[in-house]
Design a protein around this ligand. Structure first.
Ligand code: NDP
Ligand code: MG
Length: 389
């Protein structure tokens, strides 16, 4: 395949866990893909070496203090170098790009995702926070600009794979599986003194720090519930969570005749990443294969929302709708950062989010500016909560 027939890709957040795994998938399939743009926040060194390896057209470093170093490092190449948050929304519109994979973390993904959709680029979405914050806006824009949003998150990729060939059939319900994280089975007393080192040890997945804390608190599953609502156009009562500690069944669709389809495999993000990149095709991989005899028991249990209140808060935010998921997300981003900085205890994260959801003004049908204002207000409220606790 010559360069013109390859899929041209931009990766936002190429230096992170999803970003580096995406580049591994691409390196194994160079006959299919051409990387146009890579971006990072502050890891200029890794960004520079990735840019050289994949001979990209342009890079963006959002931390402007790293620009001079990066520019100098790439001076001997013809790679264009940009800096700052605004540049993300500009590079995604480059003409050659066909697919933008959003692997940056948090609310920072919202603006560039909107810019990419408006430039008619398909989105491979890892950055679930974008759909949590503004799912109605994003899905409406995607429809208006005739753009596909392909899930990268393993549970949503599982649902998406189960739905192939079933688009005309009604979904009765979906079950998102959750590993339960490192604190599964513990009570609130045990959770009160958990440290960040303990929370960062996920049993089945190696991921960035923010999503690993979210997995320990079950907020990740809560965000995924809201993500699923928008991706698959579901009502709140059509989404359920089931704890499955082995992380082999990645999620399940139940159709209106009661039939259930599940997608299974070893936990490896490279598979859902590759599916989003090659969709609707599958391509051969040398990833390790699942062996039933290594897993004689696959088990399932109820999620404990009394202990892991973040999951209940996310369901509540989804049911309330409007700007409530945006409030939940902003408060959560602030408390996770504070927990990682040892400023707040594990259970206090839910307390702060609960208060924030009660105090910030509710808006039933928010527009883009309302989301921006809600995010700012919620962050200020939560930072003050932490200072005054
Ligand atoms: P990481 O923290 O590993 O990587 C985040 C990436 O985004 C890095 O490239 C980082 O740059 C960049 N970045 C961080 N902050 C900003 C910012 N403010 N502006 C621009 N770029 C920024 O995260 P993950 O790869 O784990 O997660 C990325 C997204 O994918 C998240 O939304 C997460 O929920 C989702 N996801 C992740 C999974 C996983 O297995 N990791 C699974 C499913 C979903 P730098 O390196 O320079 O800091
Ligand atoms: Mg997931």
């Amino acid at each position: 395949m010559n360069s013109e027939n390859k899929k041209h890709i931009a990766i936002l957040g190429s230096t992170g866990s999803i970003g580096t795994q995406t580049l591994e998938v691409i390196a194994a399939n160079l006959h299919l893909f051409k990387v146009e743009v890579l971006t990072a926040h502050s890891n200029a060194e890794l960004l520079a070496s990735q840019a050289i390896q994949f001979d990209v057209n342009a890079v963006v470093i959002t931390d402007e203090s790293k620009y001079a170093w990066l520019k100098e490092k790439l001076a001997h190449t013809d790679i264009k170098v940009f800096a700052g948050e605004q540049a993300l929304s500009e590079v995604v519109t480059f003409e050659k790009i066909q697919l933008v994979l959003t692997a940056l973390v948090g609310y920072a993904g919202l603006k560039p995702t909107i810019a990419a959709i408006k430039a008619k680029k398909n989105i491979a979405l890892a950055n679930k926070e974008t759909l949590v914050v503004a799912g109605d806006l994003i899905t409406k824009l995607a429809e208006e600009y005739d753009v596909s949003i392909l899930p990268v998150d393993s549970e949503h990729s599982a649902i998406f794979q189960c739905l192939a060939g079933e688009w005309h059939n009604k979904i009765e319900k979906i079950y998102l599986t959750a590993s339960g994280g490192p604190f599964r089975g513990m009570d609130r007393l045990a959770l009160a003194n958990k440290t960040k080192a303990q929370a960062l040890k996920h049993p089945n997945w190696t991921m960035g720090a923010k999503i690993t804390i979210d997995s320990a608190s079950l907020m990740n599953k809560g965000l995924e519930v809201i993500e699923a609502k928008w991706l698959f156009n579901l009502q709140a009562d059509q989404i359920d969570v089931i704890v499955h500690p082995q992380s082999i069944v990645h999620s399940i669709v139940q159709f209106n005749d009661g039939s259930m389809k599940a997608q299974m495999g070893l936990p490896d993000m490279k598979l859902p990443i590759q599916y989003a990149l090659t969709y609707p095709m599958r391509t051969i991989t040398d990833f390790p294969r699942f062996d039933f005899l290594n897993y004689p028991t696959l088990s399932f249990e109820k999620a404990d929302t009394e202990t892991f209140q973040n999951l209940a808060l996310a369901f509540q935010a989804m049911k309330q709708g409007g700007n409530m998921p945006c409030i939940l997300n902003a408060a959560n981003e602030v408390v996770v950062e504070a927990f990682l900085n040892d400023q707040i205890g594990f259970l206090e994260m839910s307390d702060a989010i609960t208060d924030c959801m009660q105090k910030i003004t509710f808006i039933d049908t928010p527009n883009y500016d309302d989301y921006v204002a809600t995010d700012t207000e919620s962050r200020i409220f939560t930072r003050n909560w932490i200072l005054n606790k």
